[in-house]
Design a protein. Structure first.
Length: 356
DNA sequence: CATGCGTGGCG
DNA sequence: TCGCCAAGCAT
């Protein structure tokens, strides 16, 4: 193996210089030039963006961020919102516990902190839906506290620069310590965003653009010729296949029979079609209302984090006076398929109404 | 502490 | 078509 002991440890200043020239523009971001001029970001908007960005791409977050901050410009506005409105606005973004915690957090800030976000890592960490990453990101970006920000980008950059061969998640403490060793006292917020920009645009999972990297002469994995092999990860489990039945009942006045799912668990708190459990064996029929159910030809296919789902969709037209055993009828003018989680919208899209 | 928890894009 | 992946958190 090549002797890498002579490779200099990377300097945060080098990355910050790169960030000054290449920072990506985002709706929630205060750019490096503005930031140097003394402009501070709105903690509410930083927190909102960070929660949305948890395990989610910038491209997907953009429109949701604009929608949320337009509807609810301040944390007090969000705190006063109805649960169903927030869940409906979040529909399609995934990981719905984030939306429930977002609202809980806004209400906690309004009630316990007089509508002003706490300003330290330690206090931020107490908020619902705010873990080590988000607390550090808000503390550093919104308040310039030199907190140690460790997300997937940072893990990837650190594992390559320092050639960490331990697979994740075991490597997490080591990578966190390495990240801490580089976190500067000066401009910690810009530095945190710089590492994430580097990971997103240069130090990418596949085909990293090492030639353009400001730390190219400090990266042990690059000097070894193996940056794309890092970080190593423990093998994942295979996703089982499950099946289920969804019942889409439309009343003659156009109202749809829907139900709000339980607060916890899969798609918790979201609106959905009544149906069977989703199981690996044959699903047990469970029609929510007496009707002449017709099975659609196509099935709705969807993959969740930990299983594949194939959903058989049944439809029926029911008379006004018929009472459902589960769920409630939502008037046609209040029904918007965009307020459904994606699997439920896919089922709707298979119906005659959904295709028109 | 391993597991549950979405979605869309990309190679 | 398919596995991997993206600014993680709660339990």
């Amino acid at each position: 193996m090549r002797d890498t002991s002579a490779i200099p440890v990377p300097k945060p200043e080098t990355l910050l210089d790169w960030y000054d020239r290449h920072a990506r523009k985002m709706p929630w971001r205060v750019g490096p030039a503005e930031r140097k001029a003394g402009v501070m970001p709105d903690p509410y908007r930083i927190w909102m963006s960070e929660v949305m960005l948890q395990q989610t791409t910038v491209a997907a977050v953009r429109e949701y961020f604009l929608k949320f901050t337009d509807k609810w410009p301040r944390v007090s506005d969000l705190a006063a919102a109805a649960d169903a409105d927030v869940m409906a606005a979040w529909a399609g973004l995934g990981y719905y516990a984030r939306a429930r915690n977002l609202l809980k957090c806004a209400r906690a800030v309004a009630a316990d902190y007089d509508g002003v976000f706490p300003q330290t890592y330690a206090d931020l960490l107490k908020l619902p839906g705010v873990g080590p990453y988000t607390a550090a990101a808000v503390a550093s970006i919104a308040y310039d506290e030199p907190a140690v920000v460790v997300d997937g980008n940072v893990e990837r950059v650190m594992s390559r620069v320092f050639n960490v061969l331990t697979p994740l998640p075991d490597a997490k403490p080591e990578l966190t310590a390495l990240a801490a060793s580089l976190t500067p006292q000066d401009r910690p917020g810009d530095y945190a965003q710089a590492v994430m920009d580097l990971g997103a645009t240069i130090c990418t999972p596949r085909n990293p653009a090492c030639g353009l990297c400001p730390w190219r002469d400090n990266c042990v994995a690059r000097l070894q010729g193996t940056p794309a092999e890092l970080p190593r990860k423990k093998p994942k489990k295979v996703k089982p296949k499950r099946r289920g039945i969804a019942y889409i009942a439309r009343r003659v006045d156009g109202a749809y029979l829907l139900e709000t799912r339980p607060e916890s668990g899969l798609l918790g708190g979201m609106l959905g079609w009544p149906g069977s459990d989703w199981t690996e064996s044959d699903p047990t029929p469970a029609p929510p209302i007496r009707a002449e159910w017709k099975t659609l030809n196509a099935e709705a296919r969807h993959t969740f984090t930990h299983f594949h789902l194939s959903l058989t969709v049944l439809t029926a037209l029911v008379p006004m006076e018929r009472q459902p055993e589960r769920g409630e009828f939502i008037p046609a003018e209040e029904f918007d398929p965009k307020s459904l989680p994606t699997v439920m919208r896919k089922a709707y899209d298979l119906t005659d109404s959904g295709r028109t």
